[in-house]
Design a protein. Structure first.
Length: 246
């Protein structure tokens, strides 16, 4: 039925499941420039803002640094920082936007209604944030580690101050696939202001790591018709992850 509706069905290669479903084409991936090719003032300022030693920190020290960070005024209104959760050798990394009220209270990304939707979506492609082998687990982090007051959009300066923490998480994790959820995750990782709808459906690159763009679960709760498109994005990410693992 889903195949007849034009919705891609994902199954591991060779399983024989949903062979008649339309395939998700892999577009030629546009390569994201390395930071060395960015304007020098941007790259230098980003690292200096949060500490020049961040590229040397291990997981535990990085978590402590984030917890004590006072690089911007978001530290004044937060309940706690939201570092990230998941296996530190997970194949798939999910990058969200900024913590909301529930995340700020619990200290974990993607909780509340948006988190429950994500938890229902992941098992359909063989992934989970619960205990599992690394190939089945995801690591989840946000672009910002502190909640903006009243859940407003992140300010450019706030994103710039937090960016080195996310960069180091990706370096430590070394994921096989990154799933960028929402416009601010796209802005941080791809340096793009294009809407999610124009960037989804193809494979991008973040320092050589395949990156798939999709909608944030909170957006999907308000825009139900786009759930089918988000499902296609998850199928694309799962196919890329399987290919990378092979």
């Amino acid at each position: 039925m889903l195949g007849a509706m034009g919705i891609t069905l994902w199954a591991p290669a060779g399983s024989g499941v949903a062979a008649d479903a339309p395939a998700a084409p892999l577009a030629a991936p546009p390569v994201r420039p390395d930071d060395a090719n960015l304007p020098r003032s941007r790259a230098t300022h980003t690292i200096a803002a949060a500490g020049s030693d961040i590229p040397t920190l291990d997981w535990d020290t990085l978590r402590e640094r984030v917890a004590s960070c006072r690089a911007c005024r978001l530290c004044e209104s937060r309940t706690q920082t939201v570092f990230g959760v998941g296996h530190q050798r997970a194949f798939c990394m999910i990058v969200g936007e900024a913590p909301g009220e529930n995340e700020d209270l619990q200290g974990e990304p993607f909780v509340g209604a948006a988190g429950r939707l994500l938890d229902r979506m992941l098992p359909a492609i063989g992934l989970t944030r619960a205990e599992a082998p690394p190939a089945q687990q995801v690591y989840i982090a946000n672009t910002l580690k502190c909640r903006p007051p009243r859940n407003r959009n992140p300010a450019p300066q706030e994103m710039m101050q937090c960016e080195p923490y996310l960069q180091r998480q990706i370096e430590l994790l070394r994921p096989r696939i990154i799933l960028a959820m929402g416009a601010f995750a796209v802005k941080a990782l791809l340096r793009s202001d294009q809407p999610v709808g124009r960037l989804r459906g193809q494979v991008h690159r973040y320092h050589g790591v395949p990156l798939v763009v999709t909608y944030h679960p909170a957006y999907l709760l308000r825009n139900l018709p786009d759930k089918a498109r988000a499902w296609e994005d998850l199928c694309l990410a799962a196919a890329v992850a399987e290919r990378e693992a092979a």
